[in-house]
Design a protein around this ligand. Structure first.
Ligand code: G4P
Length: 532
């Protein structure tokens, strides 16, 4: 293997998905701790601050700052070069969160052992499942009272529709959480805590070892033997191929807080997951090992500081090697360019880089030329990666300029911000341009919109909440647009268009979606849009 191939094949690029508070941040930090990227846990994020009120702008800016620096983190572990993509939760949750998943090759799904599958887990899971990427489950907080492990697996299968394979099994929970049983090696890994900031001490013991009663207690020993018997009899077979196609999720138990089970997880995960996956560009598959550079833009971060209007474009390298001193071809812009100040994040630090490989994520300064989904490749090549889908917003407001004389600035600002992908804008078929309907995935985006329109375009906004929560793209059999008068639409349903002329329906309830699709059989309602 050449150095070039070795560099690419040791890359692992994944996202951690979870509902807020399940332990994503804590687990990320522990990965960095085990990877030696930080000496002690607790340094990556000033978490308490990031959760403070979002009402005043300084706070938003601070939050945005945090999401810039934590967008992606790179660290080394046992020869692997690992890129973790952050998927912000809480009020920061936005369409960006979904788009970030497009850059990942696998996902680690963190589940709170007392709570099971939660709303945000479900949404993020759906986006991962759409691409059939491998999904690994880490059932966290086993050091607290947890739900029955069998019940949790059943819930994962039923709620998410993915089969599970427990790679290890917990021994007790709460204060009695002693360790995990590794089903492959048939060994017990017994942990002793050294405080959460340091790695836990792990002792391996064979299942039949006579000292086991002393180590985990007679009752837990008996319980474990029974549960293993049940598991071996009932659970699905392990099949790496199905794991790699997102059909079977390997499940691990542990506690990110006490570090129990974190390292065994990391080791299995890195071996089960794949190196950088190929991406499609029309009918061609671009493989990571292809000899020339290619990448796509999946996120654009506007600079909130008025004095610097520039933005950062984040791109995922799909193939080859990026070299800072070489020109690349920006396909959508039709120009050869040199990427300006390419940077990468190593744990908490940002670094200007000279080179990067397939699987890596780099951020570059964007003078306003990039859009989400854009392709960059070696000069002489001209393919375009398939577009990144648009995701359905869940909050809608009617928005116009308070001052009707400022219509032009209003539209310019709205279109600019929509182009960055922070909001989606719609209009009703016969409405003029005075007002638009704005859809967002997370409500913080409304605050950001209001602030930016005022500060960058000098426009004060009037906003009015709309009762819709769901959006579906319309697909017709003949591909022709529908006429409102030909549709049977009940209360709480509205026909709108986006600015590319695609038709969509807004719904107040899930029930209204079902009602509408039953009565308008000529329509197919899609959860993901055609893309950027
Ligand atoms: P998130 O990024 O998914 O939102 O979750 P985060 O890691 O911030 O964890 C949420 C809370 O759960 C934190 O407590 C964290 O310490 C705790 N936590 C995470 N993993 C475990 C675990 O394995 N066991 C237990 N018992 N707790 C865990 P907090 O009090 O909200 O904040 P902090 O003051 O501890 O940071």
């Amino acid at each position: 293997m050449s150095k070039y191939e070795a560099e690419i094949s040791r890359r692992r690029t994944f996202a951690i998905i979870s509902h807020p508070d399940a332990g994503k941040t804590t687990l990320t930090e522990k990965f960095l701790l085990y990877g030696g990227a930080i000496a002690q846990a607790g340094v990556v994020k000033g978490k308490k601050n990031s959760r403070a009120a979002t009402s005043d702008w300084m706070e938003i800016e601070k939050q945005r700052g945090i999401s810039v620096t934590s967008s992606v983190m790179q660290f080394q572990y046992e020869g692997f070069c690992i890129n973790i993509l952050d998927t912000p939760g809480h009020q920061d949750f936005s369409e960006d969160t979904y788009r970030t998943l497009m850059a990942a090759d696998s996902a680690v799904m963190v589940i709170d052992a007392a709570k099971g599958v939660e709303a945000q887990t479900r949404k993020l899971f759906k986006v991962c499942a759409m691409r059939d990427i491998p999904i690994f489950t880490f059932i966290n907080k086993m050091d607290r009272e947890a739900r029955d492990s069998f019940e949790l697996l059943e819930e994962l299968e039923k709620e998410l529709g993915i089969e599970t394979y427990p790679v290890n099994w917990p021994i007790g929970c709460g204060k009695e959480f002693k360790g995990v049983y590794d089903r492959g090696s048939k060994k017990i890994i017994h942990f002793t805590s050294n405080g959460g900031a340091k790695a836990a001490t792990a002792t391996e013991v064979e299942l039949g070892d006579p000292n086991l009663d002393d180590l985990i207690g007679e009752r837990l020993h008996r319980q474990l033997t029974d549960e293993i018997e049940l598991l071996d009899g009932a659970a699905a077979e392990f099949d790496l191929d199905r794991v790699r196609h997102g059909k079977l999720s390997p499940v691990f138990f542990g506690s990110a807080l006490t570090n129990f089970g974190v390292e065994p997880f990391l080791e299995h995960f890195l071996r089960m997951t794949t190196g950088p996956l190929p991406r499609t560009a029309g009918d061609t598959l671009i493989d990571s090992m292809d000899d020339s550079f290619s990448a796509f833009v999946f996120k654009i971060q506007a600079n909130m500081n008025k004095a610097h209007r520039d933005r950062i474009a984040f791109m995922r390298i799909v193939s080859g090697k990026f070299e800072a001193d070489k020109e690349v071809y920006h396909v959508q812009g039709g120009k050869k360019i040199r990427l300006s100040r390419p940077q990468q994040l190593m744990a908490a630090e940002r670094e200007i880089i000279e080179e990067a490989y397939a699987g890596d994520i780099i951020g570059v300064f964007d003078p306003g030329i990039f859009s989400i989904g854009d392709t960059l490749c070696a000069p002489g090549k001209k393919f375009k990666f398939d577009p990144i889908p648009t995701f359905a917003p869940e909050h809608f407001r009617r928005v116009r300029s308070l001052d009707t004389m400022k219509r032009k600035q209003f539209l310019k600002g709205m279109e600019q911000i929509a182009q960055e992908g922070a909001i989606q804008i719609f209009k009703t078929p016969y409405s003029g341009m005075e007002e638009v309907i704005v859809g967002v995935v997370g409500t913080l985006q409304f605050d950001v919109l209001e602030y930016r329109l005022k500060n960058e375009y000098n426009v004060d906004l009037y906003m009015e909440g709309l009762p819709y929560e769901y959006l579906r793209w319309i697909e017709t059999e003949d591909g022709e647009p529908v006429k409102e008068e030909d549709l049977i639409l009940g209360d709480g349903v509205k026909l709108v268009e986006d600015y590319k002329g695609n038709q969509l329906l807004l719904f107040a309830t899930q029930w209204a979606i079902n009602w509408t699709s039953e009565r308008n059989k000529q329509l197919t309602l899609l959860e993901f849009g055609g893309g950027w």
